[in-house]
Write a protein that binds this ligand. Structure first.
Ligand code: KG4
Ligand code: ZN
Length: 313
């Protein structure tokens, strides 16, 4: 079975081919350099870039792959930037009509979740922490077709908070990888000890509560004309996030039978968060780094699992 996976929900135009359970090709055009100028993604520009890029990415794929061999076309249908999603849909539809092969819509968050199933096996029931630039949730999966959200952010997504703290520290966009590196490189690991927010549902998150503390702290230093130690603040922010995620996952472990603990979404590229998840369960799955941020491979993989399990209850 050969599946073409198309991802265009945000600022990556990515197409991958999955053949007999293996990703055999993936081409991604990132728009990060364009959006960096603005300090965040501009939806209208993202749509225009996808229009330019989809055909170019497909040309790259066609260089060493015969599209006529494809059995299914999978694409991200939700959630995401509406214009960006629509271009993916139109593009996928055009290929589907041209090749006379069926379309499979894939939810982007499910795509992230099943990114860990590329070259690995999920044993159910699984608890998945999905943390990206737009979403942060804990999902309890008994199968592909039985997934319940048991906790979600009440405000900002985790990646969004990384990006906002980085912007306040004048570190650039996207902030996640920069804060990750600063925190790792810091010599004197001195934690400023920000506190952890409370939520009514113990498994929900309030990442904005942590962001506000960090931003207030930076503001207070600025008012006094004190020096801003970017490394120390980045490190302390990340330590607080790690402590917070650990607390939430421990509650989840107490309340649910978990045979696999999953981390996915763009923030799953974070070195220390990856280590945390690997240390929290004997069977933890994290995506390979190239499948952590948005990509077409995870969409093709989720479609494959859908096809294999759609008749299961
Ligand atoms: O999943 P993704 O590629 O796009 C969305 O669906 O949102 O996630 C992008 C987010 C950005 O907020 C980015 O800062 C964050 O993932 N991110 C990271 C790291 N790499 C990317 N956050 C923390 N540490 C990283 N190494
Ligand atoms: Zn994503």
């Amino acid at each position: 079975m050969i599946i073409l996976g198309i991802e265009t929900s945000h600022d990556d135009t990515s197409i991958a081919i999955l053949e007999n359970n293996k990703i055999v090709k993936m081409i991604t055009f990132s728009q990060i350099k364009i959006h960096q100028k603005y300090g965040g993604t501009i939806p209208e520009i993202a749509s225009r870039e996808h229009v330019n890029n989809v055909a170019l990415v497909l040309e790259e794929i066609k260089k060493d792959y015969d599209l006529n061999l494809i059995d299914y076309i999978a694409y991200t249908n939700e959630p995401g930037l509406i214009g960006a999603l629509y271009i993916g849909f139109l593009f996928a539809s055009a290929i589907s009509i041209a090749l006379n092969k069926p379309l499979i819509p894939v939810n982007h968050i499910k795509g992230h979740l099943f990114s860990v199933a590329i070259n690995q096996k999920i044993t159910y029931p699984a608890m998945a922490l999905i943390v990206s630039g737009g979403h942060s949730q804990l999902m309890y999966a008994k199968s592909y077709n039985d997934i319940v959200i048991v906790g979600k952010t009440q405000d900002d997504a985790l990646g969004e908070v990384y990006d906002k703290v980085a912007r306040k520290l004048n570190l650039g966009f996207p902030g996640g990888p920069i804060i990750d590196k600063l925190a790792q490189d810091l010599k004197n690991k001195n934690d400023l000890l920000f506190s952890i927010p409370k939520t009514e549902n113990e498994l929900d998150f309030s990442f904005s509560g942590i962001k506000t503390q960090v931003i207030n702290y930076i503001n207070s230093l600025e008012q006094k004309n004190y020096q801003i130690d970017q490394g120390k603040i980045a490190y302390s922010f990340q330590q607080t996030i790690l402590k917070y995620l650990k607390t939430k996952l421990n509650i989840a472990k107490q309340n649910f039978e978990i045979k696999t603990l999953i981390l996915a979404g763009g923030v799953s590229a974070n070195k220390e968060i990856r280590e945390l998840i690997l240390n929290m369960h004997t069977n933890s799955l994290i995506p390979e780094l190239k499948y952590a941020t948005d990509n077409g491979a995870m969409i093709a993989k989720a479609a494959q699992i859908y096809l294999e399990t759609k008749h299961e209850k």
